[in-house]
Design a protein. Structure first.
Length: 213
C-alpha cells in the first residue's frame, strides 16, 4: 500500500472506532470466557495472567507506534498512540482488580502486606503507579496545562514502565523456571528501545558540514 492510501485509511473517520473495538476484543473474549466458564481449571489465575499479558502487549504496541511511524513515513499512526496507551492502563486496572478480588478477597491490609512482601508484586505495582500519571494526563486539557515539553518528558516514563513490567514478568516466571515468553518480550522491548537510542545518538552526532570552512 502506498503512502497516500495508507494515510487516507488511517485518517478515515471509522479508523479510530475500528481500532477501539479491536483493542476491546481481548476483554470481550475474557468476559465471555468467564461467563461461559471457559477459563480453565483455575479461572482466577487465567484472568490475572491474561490481563497481565495484555498489559505488557499494549505497552509494546505503544512503544512500536513511533518507530513504525518513522520507518514507514506514516504520520497518521500517531493519532492512535493515546488510545493504545489508555488501553494498557485499562488492562492493568483489570489485572489489579482481578488480583485484589480473586487472590486477596479485596482485603486492603492483606493487599498492602502482599505487595510489600512479594518483590515481583512490588515491581508490578510500581509499574502501575508510574502508569497512572500517564493515563491521567492523556487528555487535551492536561497536555495544554502542562505544556508540550513537560508533558513529553513525563511520558518518557513509559520506558521504565516497560522495564518494570518485564522485570515483574521475569520474576514471576523465575519461580517456575519458564522464561521462553519473557525472552520474546525482552527482545521486542530491547529492539524498540534500541531504535530510540539509535535515533537519539544520530541526532547528537555533530554534523561535519557544521564545521566546514
Ligand atoms: C504495568 C504493570 C504490570 C504489567 C505489565 C504486568 C504484567 C504481568 C504479566 C505479563 C504476568 C504474567 C502472565 C503470564 O504468566 O502469562 C503477570 C502476572 C501477575 N501479576 Fe502483573 N503486571 C503489572 C502489574 C501488576 C500489579 C499492579 C499487580 C498487583 C498488585 C500484579 C500482580 C500480578 C499477579 C498476582 C500475577 C500472577 C502470578 C501468578 O499467577 O503466579 N501485576 N503480570
Amino acid at each position: 500500500m502506498n503512502l497516500p492510501s495508507r494515510q487516507k485509511l488511517l485518517l478515515h473517520p471509522v479508523a479510530k472506532p475500528v481500532v477501539f473495538l479491536l483493542c476491546l476484543l481481548p476483554f470481550a473474549w475474557l468476559l465471555y470466557a468467564a461467563i461461559a466458564n471457559e477459563l480453565g481449571a483455575n479461572p482466577a489465575e487465567a484472568l490475572i495472567r491474561a490481563t497481565g499479558d495484555w498489559t505488557l502487549r499494549f505497552i509494546c504496541i505503544v512503544l512500536a507506534v513511533t518507530p513504525l511511524r518513522v520507518i514507514t513515513s506514516t504520520p497518521a499512526l500517531a493519532r492512535f498512540r493515546r488510545m493504545l496507551g489508555l488501553f494498557a492502563y485499562f488492562y492493568v486496572l483489570i489485572h489489579l482488580l482481578s488480583y485484589s478480588w480473586f487472590d486477596m478477597g479485596f482485603d486492603v491490609a492483606d493487599i498492602i502486606k502482599d505487595i510489600i512482601k512479594r518483590p515481583f508484586i512490588l515491581v508490578g505495582f510500581s509499574a502501575f503507579l508510574l502508569l497512572t500519571p500517564l493515563a491521567a494526563t492523556s487528555f487535551n486539557a492536561a497536555i495544554k496545562a502542562m505544556r508540550a515539553r513537560r508533558w513529553q518528558l513525563l511520558h518518557k516514563l513509559v520506558y521504565p514502565i516497560a522495564a518494570l513490567g518485564l522485570l515483574h514478568f521475569f520474576w514471576m516466571r523465575a519461580g517456575k523456571n519458564n522464561f521462553a515468553e519473557v525472552f520474546v518480550y525482552a527482545a521486542i522491548i530491547a529492539a524498540l528501545l534500541g531504535w530510540r537510542l539509535q535515533q537519539f545518538l544520530k541526532k547528537k552526532k555533530p554534523n561535519p558540514s557544521m564545521y566546514a570552512g
